[in-house]
Write a protein that binds this ligand. Structure first.
Ligand SMILES: [Zn+2]
Length: 171
């Protein structure tokens, strides 16, 4: 079994996702909105959201920028700001159940907030699961959801000026 390896994103964060020249935002001028061609998220009035109706009405318009949203971009770049580690005998005995719970909670959060996404879930052996998320918020939400459902131990450790969180749950 290969050990799970941390892969740090090598780019310059401020340059790529900062406010100065964020390539994911509409370039101003004529563009009224931007739509992500991967997940159909819509950017309008400085926020990202999903709306099937708005998507259908605007996708073909010239005034719409077709882009990759920061959520999809971070998933593609494997850029994560949260890591949730779950482990223990209870986890090993309830793998399917806990994966289902994590997916349901992740979907619930992502539907409201397209930038909060799970990048990947990796099993390390039978009793350890690593979940990488694009935001520290989602890693916390997932950890709390598992704790609410199954109790156990939950712990948060922040770093990088509170921009990165490691969440540990065990039972
Ligand atoms: Zn997207």
């Amino acid at each position: 079994m290969e050990k799970y390896k941390e892969r740090k994103w090598s780019g310059e964060k401020g340059k790529k996702f900062g406010k100065v020249d964020d390539p994911y935002l509409p370039a101003g001028g004529r563009a009224e909105m931007a739509i992500c061609t991967t997940c159909k998220a819509i950017y309008q009035n400085k926020s990202w959201f999903y709306d099937e109706e708005v998507y259908r009405q605007n996708f073909q318009k010239d005034t719409t920028n077709r882009v990759t949203c920061p959520g999809c971009q971070k998933v593609q770049d494997h850029y994560y700001e949260g890591v949730l580690t779950l482990e223990g005998d209870f986890l090993a005995g309830h793998r399917e159940e806990i994966i289902t719970l994590l997916n349901r909670e992740a979907d619930r959060v992502s539907q409201k907030s397209p930038l909060d996404r799970v990048i990947q879930m990796v099993w390390e052996g039978n009793d350890r699961l690593i979940v990488e998320t694009t935001t520290e918020k989602l890693a916390q939400r997932l950890g709390k959801a598992v704790y609410r459902a199954y109790k156990g131990n939950l712990d948060f450790r922040w770093s990088h000026m509170n921009k990165f969180v490691r969440v540990y749950w065990s039972r």
